[in-house]
Write a protein of this length. Structure first.
Length: 711
């Protein structure tokens, strides 16, 4: 056969073979593809049913659950959380942090589409060789697991994780995915998300994280219980170095930068106790937490992502703590036998608590807040409520009472005979003098005259929240109250008779900025006439100028105050104010052990003055302004009579219609002696004094102006 024909036949057979092979390859390929598609469909059918909606990723930014408590100057006092998380946008995270987390957790993050096949192979080989390297799960897969799935290591969960990761990559950008990831993952130390972690470890915002800090945090993510520097700083440093090496391999930093970062000492903030970060100004902050829980509930407090704007003035809080700690210690060294103290200060015009100190020092063993949790006898400091009741009901403070023995029948068949700690009786005196000297018998007689039930009513209206028993001994402070109640009650006097409920919280916003609690516009109530408040203020000025508060309560500006001492010396108080600031001080012992003759005019007055002097530095001095419903009257030097015009005398203040009408007799001045030579002055005898006639016995025709002396 012709050779050409043979070659042609061979080529034809070869072509048919190639076509056959091609058909076989195509067929096999189609089969494999069909199998893959069928497998994918089967996987989707088997594992993709009832997968969560990836739209939930957009809700991640509303996951802020940490409640922040702020002082009035913006100082963060505490962060409360069940799960500590503060969301920040990707622009609020430092570049170093973003680079470190990608290098540590998913170096091909910006190249894959949710699942990294190359990473899976690499991880498998490393596992076979028992090498440590990145895990097979991408950042997107970890996010899908964190948001939608559990952490069970099952094949089904891994497939669902991959499917969700692919779906997330279809709908969200890489930056959106990285932002959510960095805000959701756990970094140890109770911190979820990079912002909470940055605060928990370094006390700064995530935008300010440096390369060494970022590498440390990125290294923690793999196993917070192992790599947290609060758990094992050596292991944490090893992990930090590994992250820095990965960043070098990816070209993010140079070897020199990595070495410098690894050698940089890191300054950590103190490790926080479980559930909360360390409190700043803990006595005040714990009170705020109690009020939040009372008004909003625990769930909203821990999960509402609240921002709490408080009334605290950090400067005054520091001054108050130093004053209490130093003066109680000084008093103990002086032999008074006291070990604890408390101080509460508020703005009497607004009711805002500016400082609250509940002890000599907050610690693990000393967390009891005596400023509001303690209930102690106020002693004579309660007399402010007795006298306020009397004045507001028409009793002038010029009224004469007798400091003399008296006995009242008690309801149980016994009798009650009040006495003073000096066991003396000073005879007749005005109510002003009795208040300044804190005479007990006069206070009880006054309470009896005006009705003890009325005293209870006024005390509650002025700010005392405790139950009070209508017993005559109440006039001497035998009930129990808190320092917070006492400063609130005296703030009512300072505010012209208007009671404003004390508050430590100005307002609270939720995670969306909506106000959920607002105390900026409190409900006020009139407890007494403004004139009564002014007269009481003048009485309390007398306490400081010439009474039981002198000289320890002198602060160099107009001030009003009242001492308080219990008969057994278990409690000592000083409560006082200037127009802009009121404060109550208590000292004593938690176990009610008596102190050693510790009067309110001593350590408590000194503590109060120490605090007020420093707190008012740079604050304009203000005087107490007399309101229009007060009449200023000049009285004779003795007795309860008006002084004739131009005759001098002492000044007293009265509510309308309560001033005395009768006048005393004041003799005309004697004519001056004849002039003598200066040489004979030493020998000149003084003219004889004229006897002063007795005051006019004319009674005051106004009954309320001249109450009969108490029995």
């Amino acid at each position: 056969m012709n050779p050409w024909i043979l070659r042609a036949l061979r080529r034809a057979r070869t072509m048919r073979s190639l076509r056959t092979i091609a058909l076989i390859v195509i067929g096999v390929s189609l089969f494999v593809l069909a199998a893959i598609i069928a497998g994918a469909i089967a996987i989707e059918t088997a594992f993709g049913q009832n997968l969560p909606d990836v739209d939930r990723l957009s809700e991640a930014d509303s996951g802020t659950t940490t409640t922040r408590i702020l002082a009035r100057d913006g100082t963060v006092l505490a962060r409360l959380y069940d799960m500590n998380r503060v969301y920040v946008p990707i622009t609020g995270i430092s570049t170093e942090m973003k680079q470190a987390i990608v290098a540590s957790e998913d170096e091909r993050f910006y190249e894959h589409r949710g699942v990294d096949l190359r990473g899976i192979v690499r991880a498998a080989v490393a596992d076979f060789k028992h090498e440590q390297i990145q895990g097979a799960s991408t950042i997107t897969q970890q996010l899908a697991r964190t948001l939608f799935l559990n952490r069970n290591r099952t094949f089904a969960r891994k497939v669902q994780e991959a499917l969700l990761a692919i779906e997330l990559e279809r709908y969200y950008t890489k930056d959106e995915i990285l932002e959510r990831y960095l805000n959701l993952i756990y970094f140890g130390a109770g911190a979820y998300g990079v912002q909470a972690a940055s605060q928990a470890y370094f006390g700064k915002d995530a935008s300010k994280l440096t390369l060494p800090e970022a590498a440390m945090l990125a290294g923690v993510v793999a196993a917070p219980s192992v790599y947290s520097p609060y758990v094992d700083e050596s292991a944490a440093k090893d992990r930090q170095r590994r992250v820095l090496d990965r960043m070098v391999l990816l070209g993010e930093i140079t070897p020199a930068q990595a070495s410098a970062a690894a050698d940089t000492p890191l300054k950590y903030v103190a490790a926080a106790p479980p559930g909360v970060e360390a409190y700043k100004y803990p006595y005040f902050t714990t009170y705020v937490i109690a009020q939040l829980e009372k008004n909003l509930g625990t769930d909203q407090m821990l999960h509402g992502g609240l921002t709490v704007y408080t009334t605290l003035d950090p400067k005054l809080e520091r001054i108050a703590q130093r004053s209490v700690t130093q003066l109680v210690e000084q008093g103990r060294k002086e032999g008074y036998g006291m070990h604890e103290g408390a101080l509460v200060a508020e703005d009497p015009r607004t009711g805002e608590i500016l400082a609250m100190i509940g002890g000599v020092g907050f610690s693990a063993k000393n967390q009891f807040n005596r400023a509001w949790q303690a209930r102690r006898q106020p002693g004579s400091s309660f007399k402010g409520f007795v006298y306020s009741t009397a004045v507001d009901r028409g009793t002038p403070v010029s009224s004469i009472y007798s400091d003399s023995p008296v006995t009242y029948p008690a309801g149980d068949g016994t009798s009650y005979s009040p006495s003073d700690d000096d066991h003396r009786f000073l005879g007749s005196m005005t109510l002003r003098k009795a208040f300044a000297l804190s005479r007990n018998i006069v206070a009880v007689k006054l309470a009896y005259d005006i009705g003890i039930d009325n005293v209870v009513q006024y005390a509650h209206a002025m700010g005392i929240t405790e139950d009070l028993e209508a017993d005559l001994s109440l006039a001497l402070g035998t009930a129990t109250v808190s320092p917070l109640d006492m400063v609130s009650g005296y703030s009512t006097i300072a505010a012209g008779g208007v009671y404003t409920p004390p508050t430590a919280i100005r307002y609270v916003t939720d995670r969306y900025g909506a106000i959920v609690l607002d105390s900026r516009y409190p409900k006020r109530s009139v407890a007494m006439a403004s004139g009564t408040a002014y007269i009481m203020t003048s009485l309390m000025e007398s306490v400081i100028k010439e009474g039981t508060g002198y000289p320890n309560a002198i602060i160099g500006r107009p001030a009003a105050g009242k001492t308080g001492t219990t008969s057994s010396f278990r409690d000592a108080w000083f409560v006082g104010f200037v127009p802009q600031l009121a404060a109550a001080v208590w000292v004593g012992n938690d176990d009610y052990t008596p102190m050693y003759e510790s009067y309110g005019g001593n350590v408590p007055a000194r503590t109060w003055a120490n605090f007020m002097k420093q707190a008012l530095v740079g604050v304009k001095t203000e005087d107490f302004v007399m309101p229009p419903d007060v009449e200023e009257v000049h009285l004779c030097a003795a007795g309860n009579y008006r002084a004739p015009a131009g005759s001098g005398g002492r000044t007293e203040y009265f509510l309308p219609g309560t001033a005395p009408l009768a006048t005393c007799y004041v003799p005309k001045a004697s004519p001056p002696p004849p002039a003598v030579s200066s040489q004979n002055t030493d020998l000149q005898a003084p003219p004889p004094s004229s006897p002063t006639p007795a005051p006019s016995a004319a009674p005051n025709p106004t009954a309320s102006a001249q109450p009969a002396a108490s029995p």
